[in-house]
Design a protein around this ligand. Sequence first.
Ligand code: NAG
Ligand code: NAG
Ligand code: NAG
Ligand code: NAG
Ligand code: NAG
Ligand code: NAG
Ligand code: NAG
Ligand code: NAG
Length: 652
Amino acid sequence: MGSEQRRRVASRLARWASRLLLLLLLPSAVASRPAGPRIVTPALGEKRFRFDPREGHIVLFHEQGAPSVFVGTVGTLHYYNFENSTSFTVLVETNRTLSNCRKQENAKNYLTLLEKYEDQLLICGTNACSPTCWNLVDGNVEPGISAQGLAPFAPDQNALVLIDGKDIYSTIRKHQYNGRTPRFRRIRGSTELYTSDTVMNNPKFVKAAIIKQEEAYNEKIYYFFREENPDWPKNAAAPRNVSRVAQLCKGDRGGTGSLSAAKWTTFLKATLLCVDSDNDRHFNQLQDVFILESANWSETRIYGLFWNEWEYSAVCVYSVGDISKVFRTSPLKDYHEKLPPVRPGQCLEGEQQTPHETFKVADSHPEVARRVKQEDILFYSKHRYQQIGVHRAPAADGGTYSTLYLATDKGTVHKVAVLPTGANNVLEIQPFLSPAGIRTMTLDSERKELFVASESEVVQLPMAMCGAYKGSCESCVLARDPDCGWINGRCTSVYDRDQHGNGTLLQALTHNPVTDICSSPSHTKGDDNHHCQIVTVAPGTRYYLNCSIKSHHATYTWLRDNQTVSHCGSGHRHCIHFIDNMTDELYGTYSCVSQEDWFTQTLVTECLTKPSNVKMLLEEPRNKMAKDWATQTSLSLWLGLLHMAAVVLLTH
Ligand SMILES: *[C@@H]1O[C@H](CO)[C@@H](O)[C@H](O)[C@H]1NC(C)=O
Ligand SMILES: *[C@@H]1O[C@H](CO)[C@@H](O)[C@H](O)[C@H]1NC(C)=O
Ligand SMILES: *[C@@H]1O[C@H](CO)[C@@H](O)[C@H](O)[C@H]1NC(C)=O
Ligand SMILES: *[C@@H]1O[C@H](CO)[C@@H](O)[C@H](O)[C@H]1NC(C)=O
Ligand SMILES: *[C@@H]1O[C@H](CO)[C@@H](O)[C@H](O)[C@H]1NC(C)=O
Ligand SMILES: *[C@@H]1O[C@H](CO)[C@@H](O)[C@H](O)[C@H]1NC(C)=O
Ligand SMILES: *[C@@H]1O[C@H](CO)[C@@H](O)[C@H](O)[C@H]1NC(C)=O
Ligand SMILES: *[C@@H]1O[C@H](CO)[C@@H](O)[C@H](O)[C@H]1NC(C)=O
């Protein structure tokens, strides 16, 4: 994150207070405790460790399935085990008395890489502009492998390291002052290779991954980046930056010529498009990528988080099969001759090297003409999401659903369920004790947990925070969180089998639930959640309806029987609808609905009835309301949340 971005994040933090959040916050007295590792275990199952912030710099390592994390800061490595509360801290300070740094502020050891490599924890840091790696052995750090290409000379936003068995790939420069053109290299394992300086145009790297295939020789490396568009400004309509996916063969053996011997010979790149075709909105700036692996490689899904020039976000999904097909079949951009017999980008079996004529064509025409279109655009939103994680799991209703975790720039995480009816924001989670930006977020799909870190805390959260919907069967089911369902009078996690034994959790994810889904005797209600507050108003009198504004980013509307009667923009504290003189046609069901991007919530519902006709009207609006209520997906949740926030504060 650049300092400009950080500043903007900070200014947005100030706007927090006005927003409706899932408050996992404890009372402020707790936040001022001395720093140092500690766990707090509040109501929804999260656990946290706190540590001394060091210049806002952190790197997190979590191994899938482990109950622990490693956190690297400046000169310090912390280990935290969330299961048994053990922790330790190791100093990894620079031992250099004379620093190589031109800027004195860099003369420290910024830890930049924590990874498992050859069964050990590899720790690499800038070590005062002399990159160094260590291993963690019995709680001590010992000298490790050469850090060339593994750690930068100073903190660098464009550093990407990918470890695959013995092989290590990196975008980090090997020398301090020369070789400024960013390259993607293989630095360890098989022969060292690097990308030609002409194939990328000032790239910003986002993510790299290995994509296995049926045949070992066909295994690929995909990496994702943004770069300056070579077509801009020649073509004024072209975007200034474009997002790309690059493909390399893992078995690439370099070229046959002396100039190409140490270069990748299988590099090709393609544009990644993320477009909402309904309104032709383009999202050109890739921010983050999450790869959801499938047993069949071609069904592996790539989730791309993009921004447009207004910094709206969108999430687009690609299948590896589609990307692979574009690389296999597309002509090369601006290349009009016949392709050589070995196609550019083709992986070769055994000891074969890419023929020189193929390398020459690919090296001068590294971009394929066809662009990779998304399989699906899940949504777009005003929120400037920073990071994405995706979990896919079977729900209790027999379907399998994807759930996205999106880190906002305001220190919150949105949990978004991708349902057949569309993306549904089911929770906004504020994980930290004190408002802070999210530095890094990791999903553990084995443990069904989320690890979120700020510069001074790391929090472990269960994916299923069903306690947030505890109020009633309706609030549990209508939240439409694939991880939660109603059984035995509780909103329960689908992963918590002890709690439901042989019973089936009640869920309604694929459709708008019928109104009485919760009324069967086996699903006894919790608190009776009144959907409609009955108010008797005498004819000829005045009445007003009041709806508090919780978010200045939302619009608020009062509806009568589903028709808009008044609308409040931002700037008001309360959205009030006045009735000067009550008449017959003004009776009915009034609801205040807020809309913010794809959040739609009904905040208040009042059924205005005539004094003599209470009974008659009571039946009709309640049913009607229930129907409306069901179509407004996440509304009940917010009521649940308010309730829950109150509970959390009370219990501490
Ligand atoms: C905590 O768990 C870790 C492994 O998960 C183990 O190595 C350690 O000994 C445990 N510590 C205690 C105090 O139980
Ligand atoms: C600093 O530490 C590295 C690795 O642990 C070691 O190789 C080097 O000799 C040390 N330098 C000094 C000046 O102590
Ligand atoms: C994209 O464009 C902006 C200016 O609008 C620039 O600051 C940025 O560095 C460009 N490059 C990439 C790769 O995003
Ligand atoms: C993998 O998925 C693709 C696309 O759905 C399909 O065409 C192919 O047959 C599958 N391969 C295997 C081995 O199941
Ligand atoms: C599940 O059903 C089996 C057989 O119907 C029964 O023996 C068992 O006790 C049940 N388990 C629970 C937790 O209800
Ligand atoms: C309210 O409306 C009724 C019917 O239109 C009318 O008779 C009555 O005078 C009105 N009252 C006021 C206070 O305007
Ligand atoms: C509207 O409701 C809010 C919150 O309940 C309250 O503070 C405010 O005074 C009310 N406004 C009016 C005009 O009643
Ligand atoms: C009323 O609500 C239904 C769905 O509940 C919707 O289909 C219909 O368009 C709405 N009517 C108006 C006038 O908004």
